[in-house]
Design a protein around this ligand. Sequence first.
Ligand SMILES: Nc1ncnc2c1ncn2[C@@H]1O[C@H](COP(=O)(O)OP(=O)(O)OP(=O)(O)O)[C@@H](O)[C@H]1O
Length: 367
Amino acid sequence: MPDVRFEHIVKRFGTLSVLEDLNLTVADGEFLVLLGPSGCGKTTLLNLLAGLLDVTGGRITIGDRDVTELDPSQRGLAMVFQSYALYPTKTVEGNLRFGLAAQKLDRAEIDRRVAWAAQLLQLERMMNRKPSQLSGGQRQRVAIGRALVKHAGVLLFDEPLSNLDAKLRTEMRLEIKKLHQSLHQTIVYVTHDQIEAMTMATRIAVMDQGVIQQIGTPDEIYERPANLFVARFIGSPAINTFDATLALEGERILARHAPTGIAIDLTRHAFGRRPEQGAPVVIGLRPEHFAVNGAVREDDAVRLSLPVRYSERTGSDATAFLEAGDQLVAIRIEPSLMAGLRIGDAMNASFPGEKLSVFDARSGLRM
Ligand SMILES: Nc1ncnc2c1ncn2[C@@H]1O[C@H](COP(=O)(O)OP(=O)(O)OP(=O)(O)O)[C@@H](O)[C@H]1O
């Protein structure tokens, strides 16, 4: 399978600049998810690759071919759209076969590919139905099948699951992931849904305002966010962030949170460059890395005792929200602890130093 390279890509719509000097390589066989909020430019980037939009500047290559000026049909790609884009008057089989006739394949080869996709996506029992006689998930499977039968080097997905209900989305996530694991196709997948990105991607490129903020494995993005935007965009409940000030006291480095007086011990934190006295920082603490009550560890970097404001349970998870000055701290707890929580009572919690993130408050960058 070929790799995909975007080199110094610029895209403007009239005076609106959407992408300026964007560089990105999608490795051979990789499942790369472009993740970001609405309007950040991810669909624009995908459409540039597909050839549905022209670049204003820069170059796109697929394998060793420069495809920047090629028609979509010549690029060796297949695309699955959010809207499915099936032909309403054709049957499932007709939809699967349609693009292949144009590729001038012989009949036996078309039969073989259609049968393969139908089996892979469990469409065999509905080959004679029209799209209007299918559920949303079945339609999406036909759309994926139609892309797969092309045997394209690179598969593109543009928010393919956003029209499905929650249960079906979960099922389709798994199916697409299994498909990638068995076919090893190079996939570029656009979504604003962090769960889709975290569960399917081999690497995620997080975008904001036309700029790739970080690119890495789901674990890297989650555990070591490169900046505050990425830290806050990924994770639910969201990461807790504390504004604090660095205090260098002899060998010790502390971050003080003024509203509560909490002192966070950063002495063992691996700073990229020497921390300065009085520097404003933001400390990031993910809700699930706290230990509470009897499990609190004395040598953790953060120890706090704060009143419970409220708690909520979402199925297998429970979250307690503690009051820290004018903000709340979300802490994931065992659901069995919910029963013993009383509003206003103090909860003891601690947080290990190796799990916390420190950001420069001025630049937002990880320190
Ligand atoms: N054809 C167009 N003409 C003018 N502006 C456009 C055009 N297409 C997109 N834009 C603008 O470019 C920016 C990026 O749009 P894009 O569709 O790439 O975002 P996105 O990250 O995919 O968002 P969404 O998830 O909402 O689709 C937006 O500000 C959008 O309004």
